[in-house]
Design a protein around this ligand. Structure first.
Ligand code: ASP
Length: 431
């Protein structure tokens, strides 16, 4: 048997969905077995390794990745059925063998019970024998992520918690506009899940020939499955343009490019180039004594205020009126004008129980207690260190919803819960 034929056979063996072990599969390939084992002696390592099945739960929330033009010519999310049908047709494109009909290929590649198979050619990048299966569930209806709300963050978190023992990893298809908020929120909601949760989306739809959608989706599936036991990657992440980021460190910084995100204060966790390189960083240190018991019903009123030159105390007061929490985006390393009326407005709110988190409006860097101009401000606010505004907002919602008293809330906001800031991890939190 020639080399090409033998590699085709090895591939055929790897593709079979029927059996657990490749060695058993070889026996089922009638006639060619003996020749193949000698011709493929150099591949024996691959051939003899057990195939590991990994299962991924995909939650399709909407977003450009699965949008098509509606009757008005505007992009809107398609149904889960349209998405699933396209994915199956794409599987055929890659995995149909030249010598079989489309019906035969469909028959061979169809998995029961709504499971879909990830193309073997994608899994091969990992260079190990994996069979990756995924199931898709959809938000009802799928949405443009501009419509995503905190209540849906918790709904998605609940879906994942309910399914956590049945899957090795999770992929969330999401619009890019608010993905950094959702990924941040999920990092808190799922802080002790210990499985990969990867959000991804795209700038043009999966259905278009020029798109970053396919690589993003396949890369996310691959990392959530084949790498699910890697402890560095057992957290909430975003996959975009060959890079896997920590989900609570990311900002959308380009709405034209196929490279949408940046992580200004933290290096990507992995790069999926011709080879997949995982950065062997320290796993996120867990909070020592975080007790999350109380959960307050309803959603807090969280507001966002960007400090600007000439900002008036009355403006600040009006924003604070009725708020439960405020993200204050300050200048540079955490500075604001030392106008006594403005400081009084902030202190007054703090005394009323409003929690104020100070984070910098500068893209990169951290809040530091070094300038005299902000010494009084520091008495009214909690330092957010180098947290992004997106993660700050999500953390504020989660904190106010989870912990009932202001002292605990401030302690939680000041500490790192799941690597969202460079602050020391939370130590002792009274609930
Ligand atoms: N408006 C879209 C959304 O966020 C944009 C995108 O997906 O890139 O849902």
């Amino acid at each position: 048997m020639n080399q090409k034929r033998s590699s085709e056979l090895v591939r055929a063996v790897q593709l079979s969905l029927e059996s657990k072990y490749t060695s058993q599969l070889i026996k089922s390939v009638s006639g060619d077995t003996a020749q193949m084992s000698s011709a493929c002696a150099h591949q024996s390592q691959i051939v003899m390794e057990p195939i590991t099945t990994r299962k991924v739960f995909v939650i399709y929330t909407g977003g450009t990745i699965a949008m098509l033009e509606n009757d008005e010519g505007n992009l809107a999310p398609v149904s889960k059925e349209v998405l699933t049908d396209w994915l199956f047709r794409h599987l055929l494109l890659y995995e149909k063998r030249p010598n079989e009909t489309e019906e035969q290929a469909r028959e061979r590649l169809t998995v029961e019970d709504g499971w879909l198979l990830l193309h073997q050619k994608a899994v091969d990048n990992y260079n190990k024998d994996f069979k990756v299966l995924y199931q898709i569930e959809s938000l009802d209806p799928p949405i443009d992520s501009s419509n995503m709300t905190p209540s849906q963050w918790f709904e998605i978190g609940d879906k994942i918690l309910a399914a956590k023992d049945d899957y090795d990893g999770f992929v969330i298809l999401h619009g890019t506009d608010t993905m950094a908020y959702t990924s941040s929120a999920l990092s808190f909601i799922l802080w002790d899940l210990k499985k990969p949760v990867i959000l991804t989306g795209s700038q043009t739809p999966l259905f278009y020939p020029r798109s970053n959608a396919e690589d993003n989706f396949i890369g996310a599936l691959l990392m959530a499955s084949c790498y699910s036991k890697n402890q560095f990657l057992q957290q909430v992440m975003i996959y975009d343009d060959t890079k896997l980021y920590q989900g609570n460190r990311v900002c959308k910084y380009d709405c034209d490019s196929f490279s949408v995100y940046d992580s200004p204060n933290a290096e990507p966790l992995a790069r999926l180039e011709t080879r997949i390189k995982v950065r062997e960083c320290k796993p996120i240190s867990e909070p020592k004594e975080l007790r999350v018991r109380a959960s307050i019903s309803g959603f807090p009123d969280v507001r966002l205020l960007k400090v600007f030159p000439g900002i008036k105390a009355e403006y600040v007061t009006s924003i604070l009126n009725g708020a439960h929490g405020l993200i204050l985006e300050t200048f540079g390393s955490g500075n604001a004008p030392d106008d006594p009326h403005l400081i009084a407005a902030l202190k007054d709110a703090d005394e009323r129980g409003v929690v104020i988190l100070n984070c910098t409006q500068v893209y990169k860097g951290t809040v530091l207690p070094i300038y005299d101009v902000s010494s009084e401000l520091r008495e009214a606010v909690v330092s957010g260190y180098d947290i992004t505004p997106e993660a700050a907002l999500a953390k504020m919602v989660w904190t106010l919803r989870t912990f009932p008293d202001q002292k605990t809330r401030k302690a939680v906001l000041e500490a790192s819960i799941c690597g969202e800031t460079s602050a020391p991890p939370a130590k002792l939190i009274f609930v």
